[in-house]
Design a protein around this ligand. Structure first.
Ligand code: F6P
Length: 539
């Protein structure tokens, strides 16, 4: 049987993955006996090399996954049968891959370094980049002033979800490259404490507030905007609006809030919130690290986008990662992935990835409305190593659930001094040790051979055979961070393409939002829970 479906209409295949013949082969293999990771390594000394793949400056190691070469072969066929790289090409070109919203996805097209426009709103977005760069340069050079003539020295971005997590991650991760005289903060919440913390110690006269909301209807962001305006008004009176910018795909709604056209940076409707850091949503990043470094971030993303769309599946890191995710969840029943970056600067990586992955893959219907007939998105969680080792690794090593781990390591520290180099080495040895301990464990006989008291042998035994992936960056730069983020984006899109689901919609968050609105407006009766909370507040 041919292992490649004929091209259809450029859209992802949207029925259940069960339709692919490779799925049935994999199902059979997953039900049969499978060698342990110890056996796989013992029988194949070159396994690390054979299951390692380069992706631009990144290296991805899959040797500690439960993959035999037979399984891998069928996974490759599955990727071809599901035409996964066609979908990634569609995203690269800004095509209409978002079926349920009848929209393109243009985040990839925005990263075209030659600015060749493809996809709706992309040309306009390139012009917006120029406005952003001008603004960023004027803030960084000290030329930008507020209503009272004071220099702008702080930018506070109000936004939630995709309007927060990407820019917050990048700004935090590249803090070592940030302009020393410009403070960047974020506030993502309705909770007044959140905004208070973001504004703490800042002077309204020297602060720019960016209301970042693709829809400009998000209650969290609009509430924060009201709070920020009140704070600005105390500082600069009726010129408060001079200190506000809007980033949105709904300029009319921003105008309704009194924000003038010259203070609105428009993003295309077809850029998904969780994929939007490379649009005007990334303004704080550009202000922090400068337009050139922002460009390097996008260039890094673009390189990985091109590799993800263009490489054969056997050498394609994003597709291989997606295949492993589908194998682990769909066939081996592992419903969560712990993501552990061994770098303090990547501490916001997991929260960013949680939205990217779970909002994209948390679906229970295919693009065409049919049942995917297999588990879809895994639960993503995690924290930085080594903190995670002292928090949840006990469960990973000896708990009853098998949780695949993504280890992310950075070889060179951002600061080139002895202390940082030593720290980077200790982090890497911990990463390597944890990956091996999970994979190979420690048998009862090995424990006994160490002279451990028989009463404690069971306690000191590690089952091992616990899978992990390693992703290594040479160092953390705008380019490599862009590469890492794009790799995970493309892995997410590729997983969706394999499963036939739409990674670009998020209908699942609408119901709760609407119900909260109904309760707030009194059009729905208060539940007992809400009555109790209100009475507690009133005392
Ligand atoms: O959480 C739901 C969501 O719609 C996300 O997809 C989005 O990133 C976030 O809310 C914020 O939306 P907006 O940018 O429109 O305020």
């Amino acid at each position: 049987m041919a292992d490649v479906n004929p091209p259809l209409d450029g859209r992802p295949i949207d029925g259940s993955v069960h339709a692919a013949s490779a799925w049935a082969e994999l199902e059979d293999l997953s039900e049969g006996p499978s060698p342990s990771l110890r056996d796989l390594f013992a029988g194949d000394p070159a396994r690390d090399d054979r299951l390692g793949v380069e992706c631009a400056d990144l290296w991805v190691g899959l040797s500690r996954q439960h993959l035999t070469y037979e399984v891998l072969g069928h996974l490759h066929v599955l990727a071809r049968q599901r035409r996964v790289t066609d979908t990634l090409t569609g995203v690269l070109l800004g095509e209409a891959v978002n079926g349920s919203e009848d929209r393109a996805a243009v985040h990839g097209a925005l990263r075209a370094r030659d600015r060749s426009p493809s996809g709706p709103g992309v040309e306009e977005a390139f012009a917006t980049f120029d406005r952003m760069a001008e603004l960023a340069e004027s803030i960084r050079s000290g030329k930008a002033t507020g209503a009272t003539g004071q220099r702008i020295t702080a930018l506070v971005q109000l936004g939630i979800g995709g309007s927060h997590l990407g820019p917050a991650l990048v700004t935090d991760a590249l803090r070592h490259l940030a302009h020393p005289d410009v403070t960047i903060r974020f506030s993502a919440g309705i909770d007044a404490d959140d905004l208070d913390e973001a504004l703490h110690g800042l002077d309204p006269a020297s602060t720019l507030v960016v209301a970042c909301s693709k829809s400009f209807t998000t209650i969290e962001t609009l509430t924060a905007l009201d709070g920020a305006l009140a704070w600005l008004t105390i500082g600069v009176g009726d010129r408060a609006m001079d200190h506000v910018l809007a980033v949105t795909a709904a300029p009319d709604r921003a105008r309704d809030h009194g924000i003038g056209d010259d203070r609105i940076l428009e993003i295309p409707l077809a850029v998904g919130g969780r994929f939007s850091v490379g649009s005007a949503v990334g303004l704080p990043v550009m202000v922090a690290i400068g337009p050139d470094a922002f460009d390097e971030l996008l260039a890094g993303m673009r390189v990985v986008d091109s590799l993800s769309a263009g490489l054969p599946v056997e050498e394609n890191a994003a597709v291989l990662l997606a295949l492993v995710d589908v194998w682990n969840h769909g066939h081996l029943g592992r419903g969560s992935v712990a993501v552990v970056p061994y770098a303090h600067r990547l501490r916001l990586f997991t929260p960013w990835l949680q939205q990217l992955s779970m909002e994209s893959l948390g679906k229970r219907v295919c693009q065409n409305g049919s049942d995917p007939e297999t588990p879809t998105g895994a639960v993503i969680w995690g924290a930085t190593g080594t903190d995670a080792q002292h928090a949840f690794f006990q469960l990973l090593h000896q708990g009853t659930d098998v949780v695949p781990v993504d280890f992310i390591g950075v070889a060179r520290p951002a600061v080139d001094d002895d202390r940082s180099r030593k720290g980077a080495e200790v982090l890497m040895t911990n990463l390597a040790a944890q990956a091996d301990a999970l994979a190979f464990g420690r048998t009862a006989d090995e424990v006994r051979a160490d002279g451990v008291d028989e009463n404690l042998v069971a306690h000191r035994t590690f089952p091992g055979d616990r899978p992990s992936t390693a992703i290594l960056l040479p160092e953390l730069t705008p380019s490599t961070l862009g590469q890492l983020m794009a790799l995970y984006e493309n892995r997410t899109v590729a997983t969706a393409a394999l499963l036939g689901i739409n990674p670009f919609d998020q209908w699942g968050v609408e119901l709760g939002k609407q119900m909260a609105l109904d309760l707030a407006e009194g059009t729905a009766p208060a539940s007992e829970l809400l009555r109790r909370a209100r009475s507690l507040r009133e005392g």
